[in-house]
Design a protein around this ligand. Structure first.
Ligand SMILES: Cc1ncc(COP(=O)(O)O)c(C=O)c1O
Length: 450
């Protein structure tokens, strides 16, 4: 029987969790694997298909985490698997840094065509989100001959030393790693639920822009020294916060006025997750540089930096990566883009709307649900202790995540006290309905126990 027919669409738990095999692997893991990883619950994945994962004991889970928003086309999409298999039998590596390769050109042309704005583009390939950010930082410095950067509180751009200098997500990510890159300044992100510093949520965009123009640029750094502003159009690890159109358009205006490059970090929000190719497409912003990774190759390691052609002007030898743009990842990406274009992006928009409709009453019905926000299949639910004070309730969030796991639904946290829904873009309505009903029940259960 083909694997697809054997698998189920919805959770099916056949052992208590974790089951005996999972337990044994977790014990071995704890002895040998870096303790820096954070695991919210003991899922021991064995195989995956579509929006489901089977664990080591034969339990089936519905996956609304998608490997942190990575498996855009679902687990092991047949078209992606076929492309990987074919490519692995033909050519795995020869280093695109040294030689030419058609697939790389095909993918770059495709990415250039779907990037916002009609001007010509150039593309750099690496292996991970953080590599995309590092490359964008270097390119911005190279092109502008300026060395300062601006990023936002709550942002996550990666964990290597350059990208970590931008990241302002959790202190633990910086603790004991010493001095990072100098000349990086942070400004408040426009949080439309809380406002900047907890005030005026309805003025979040204007206040965040004013902070850059009236504070940073006047007191800390002359805009003429700023190479780039890095922004996530929807803050991912920060809690799935959607920046208002007015803010992103205002940033673009500021950047153009001062000759600063606008870099959109679409590592999490890109590749169709929001129901359009890019989160920037929702607000008509055309960044000078877009960084993308996660969803681009359905789980194969790949990132791309797409820049306006006149911006990507560095000379041979200035930047490269041995593995960047390896043929197998490229093949997976080309197949992924076909699936996305062939209906998965439209499905993300449709199922996203369905989830928003289904959860529309939650703010009123659940005393701990302060906010539900997002775009397409990038949806955040924020938990609070008190709706008036908006005191954060990370414990409620954590218990809901654990309760969901116990019922076979995989979800992840985002930010201090939010939960994210980031399923594969091919998820269907029955699965979305199951996820919503399950979460609804989990929230009720946790609220009753508090
Ligand atoms: C917006 C954003 N940028 C960059 C990164 C870093 O990506 P990677 O973990 O692949 O280095 C992440 C990862 O979560 C991200 O969400």
């Amino acid at each position: 029987m083909p694997v697809a027919e054997k698998k189920m669409n919805l959770p099916n738990l056949v052992t208590s969790l974790p089951g005996p095999k999972a337990k044994a692997i977790v014990e071995r893991d704890h002895k040998v694997i870096s303790p820096s990883y954070t695991r919210d619950y003991p899922l021991v994945a064995k195989s995956g298909l579509g929006a489901t994962i089977e664990d080591a004991d034969g339990n089936t889970f519905l996956d609304f985490a998608a490997g942190i928003a990575v498996v855009a086309t679902g687990h092991c999409h047949p078209q992606v698997v076929a492309a990987i298999r074919k490519q692995a039998g033909e050519l795995i590596h020869m280093s695109c840094t040294d030689f030419y390769y058609q697939g790389m050109v095909d993918l770059a042309e495709k990415l250039a065509a779907i990037a916002p704005g009609s001007g010509s583009k150039r593309v750099y390939f690496g292996n991970s989100g953080t590599e995309a950010i590092e490359a964008a930082m270097k390119l911005a410095r190279y092109h502008t001959r300026r060395d300062k950067f601006i990023a936002f509180y709550g942002c996550f751009h990666g964990r290597t030393m350059g990208s970590l200098s931008l990241t302002a997500s959790k202190a633990v990510q910086r603790k004991r790693f010493g001095s990072l890159l100098g000349g990086v300044f942070h400004a408040p992100y426009p949080n439309t639920y809380r406002g900047a510093y907890g005030v005026r949520p309805d003025h979040a965009a204007a206040d965040a822009l004013a902070q850059i123009e009236d504070e940073l640029f006047k007191r800390i750094v002359d805009p003429e020294e700023v190479a780039a502003i890095f922004v996530e159009p929807i803050q991912g690890e920060g809690g799935y916060l959607v920046a208002p159109a007015e803010f992103l358009q205002g940033l673009q205006r500021l950047c153009r006025k001062h000759g600063i490059l606008l870099v959109a970090d679409e590592v999490q929000s890109g590749m169709g997750r929001t129901g359009k190719w890019w989160a920037c497409d929702h607000v008509g912003v055309e960044p000078d540089i877009i960084c993308t990774a996660k969803g681009i190759a359905s789980g194969m390691p790949l990132c791309a930096v797409i820049a306006k052609a006149e911006v990507m002007d560095w000379q041979p030898g200035a930047h490269a990566s041995t593995f960047g743009g390896n043929p197998v990842s490229i093949a997976a990406a080309l197949a992924t883009l076909q699936v996305l274009e062939g209906g998965a992006i439209a499905n993300a928009a449709r199922i996203g709307e369905f989830i928003f409709r289904e959860t529309a009453g939650w703010r009123e019905r659940h005393k701990s649900v302060g906010d539900i926000r997002g775009e397409g299949l990038m949806i955040g639910i924020e938990f609070v202790r008190d709706k008036k004070t908006k005191e954060r309730a990370p414990d409620v969030r954590n218990k809901v995540i654990e309760a969901a796991f116990e019922k076979g639904l995989l979800v992840l946290g985002a930010g201090e006290n939010s939960l994210r829904l980031a399923p594969p873009l091919i998820v269907d309505e029955e699965q979305a309905e199951f996820a919503v009903q399950t979460l609804d029940g989990c929230i009720r259960e946790v609220e009753r126990s508090m």
